[in-house]
Structures are given as C-alpha cells and as structure tokens.
Design a protein around this ligand. Structure first.
Ligand code: OAD
Length: 237
C-alpha cells in the first residue's frame, strides 16, 4: 500500500517538465545554452546593447512555445492542486504551460515569456501574438521600449514570489522536484530549505542531478510518464 501524501506539498519544476511538450531545455544535449550564449541574449547588458536581437530571440522562443501544449505532467500537477488542500506549485519556467494545463496558483520565479514590461513606466501587459507586429515592441502608454517580463542573468527574482516560494519550501512536508538540473540559484536552494526543515524530497528526472544524493525517492524517467503513474498509485492507495 502506498503511503498517503504528507501535506503541505510543494513542487518545484524546471525546463524538464515541459520537455515532452517540445519546449527545449537549457542544459544537456540539445539545450538552448549549447547553441546560444546567455550573456548575449538574456542579460540587461545584452538588451541595452541590442534590444532587437534580444527580442528576435524571444520572438523565436515565443513561436516555439506557442506551438506547444501542456503534457501529462503539467496536467497531473494541476490535478494535484485541485485535490490537495495545501499545495504550492513553484516554477522556474516562463512558458505558461502550467496555467494552460489548469494550474491556478503558480509561483513563477523567472517571470513569464507572454508578459511584457515597460523599461520606463514599468507597466506590464500580456501579449500572446506570434509573431509580434514590430520588434522591438514599445509601450502603448509612454512609448518606451518594452522588455520580456522575465528574469535575466544578474537580475533579482521578484521578491514577493521568492518569499512565497521560500515559505512554501520551509513549511512543506513533501517536495517534488521535477525536471530541473538544480544548478541555478536561488531556485536550487529551495529543495535544500525543504530538506533542512524535515520535508521528504522526491526527484523526478531521467538524469542524476546534484540534488539526487539528498533525495528520499527518485523517479528516474520522463516526467510525463512517471509523475502521472506516481500520482495514480497514491490516489488509488
Ligand atoms: P535545465 O535545462 O538546466 O535542466 C533541465 C532538467 O530537466 C535536466 O536535469 C534534465 O535531466 C531534465 N529533463 C530532461 N527531460 C526531462 C523529462 N522529460 N522529464 C523530466 N526531466 C527532464 O533547466 P532548469 O533546471 O529549468 O533561467 O534551468 C534553470 C534555469 O536556468 C532556467 O529557468 C533558466 C536557465 O538559465 C533563466 O533564464 C533565468
């Protein structure tokens, strides 16, 4: 008999949860950072130097992501949220696929690729157009350049979101870590915070990560396969 799920539950996801939807990961064999240099595309300096180049890259990624649908792992996490009274979903992904699968409360540590932010008046807006009619886009209110509302290298994470994620990591009794290389800070610290506070850690990843030696349970396989199986067993138990 599988043990019941200890609550509160927190989940940290990374690019691997969207891999089977067709969204490329950042590291690994076909990872984005193999073909592109982050410092030329995902930093405030790169944007100051060449906003059109940065927007071309984001436009390309928006096209790619826009053609993708949530997979069984996203759907399982949405179902978990609807079923478990004390559940927090934290993601490093900017693709919006958790919300597309039905997740309602998503702590987006690194922002969202479908949101734009004005570099002058800070106004944010959602824009799902692919392709964008004009690159680089400009603010409809003040005319200044818009940027993708994502976190770039060298930038701080949105503090309210990070605080909420930290609280969830501290409180949880079970943390699932799904499809992340657990290399990028501060997100990579969240499972360790959970561990230090007595939570059980479950890793869902086909590959070993620096977190693997610290976990209580490892589901070695693609998230879209192993996560629904894990959930179904616990539901029937
Ligand atoms: P990475 O690309 O670093 O890691 C993806 C992880 O997903 C790896 O550990 C893979 O083994 C795993 N993986 C691959 N396919 C999988 C599958 N089908 N199911 C489950 N896991 C699978 O992506 P992240 O850890 O999300 O930040 O990267 C963290 C941050 O680094 C990103 O948010 C981004 C990047 O630079 C910013 O842009 C600020």
């Amino acid at each position: 008999m599988p043990k019941p799920i200890p609550e509160p539950v927190a989940v940290l996801t990374g690019a691997g949860v969207s891999a089977e939807s067709g969204v490329p990961t950042f590291r690994g064999e076909n990872g984005l950072w193999r073909s592109f240099r982050p410092e030329q595309l995902a930093t405030p300096e790169a944007f100051r130097r060449d906003p059109a180049l940065v927007w071309e890259w984001y436009g390309w990624r928006r096209g790619l992501i826009g053609a993708c649908a949530p997979n069984a792992a996203h759907k399982t996490l949405a179902e978990m949220e609807a079923t478990l009274p004390d559940f927090t979903l934290i993601t490093q992904n900017v693709d919006g696929l958790h919300q597309a699968a039905g997740s309602r409360n998503v702590l987006e540590l690194h922002g969202n690729i479908w949101r734009m932010r004005c570099t002058r008046c800070e106004r944010t807006s959602e824009d799902h157009r692919v392709p964008l009619p004009k690159i680089p886009p400009r603010c409809s209110q003040c005319g200044a350049l818009l940027r993708p509302d994502v976190v770039w290298f060298g930038e701080s994470l949105p503090s309210q979101v990070l605080d909420a994620a930290w609280t969830a990591a501290t409180r949880c009794r079970l943390m699932l870590v799904v499809g992340t290389s657990a290399l990028v800070q501060p997100a990579a610290s969240l499972p360790l915070v959970a561990l230090q506070n007595g939570a059980r850690l479950v890793e869902v990843n086909p590959a070993e990560t620096p977190l693997s030696p610290h976990t209580h349970e490892i589901l070695r396989g693609p998230a879209a396969k192993v996560l629904p199986e894990w959930w179904e067993i616990r539901q029937s138990g």
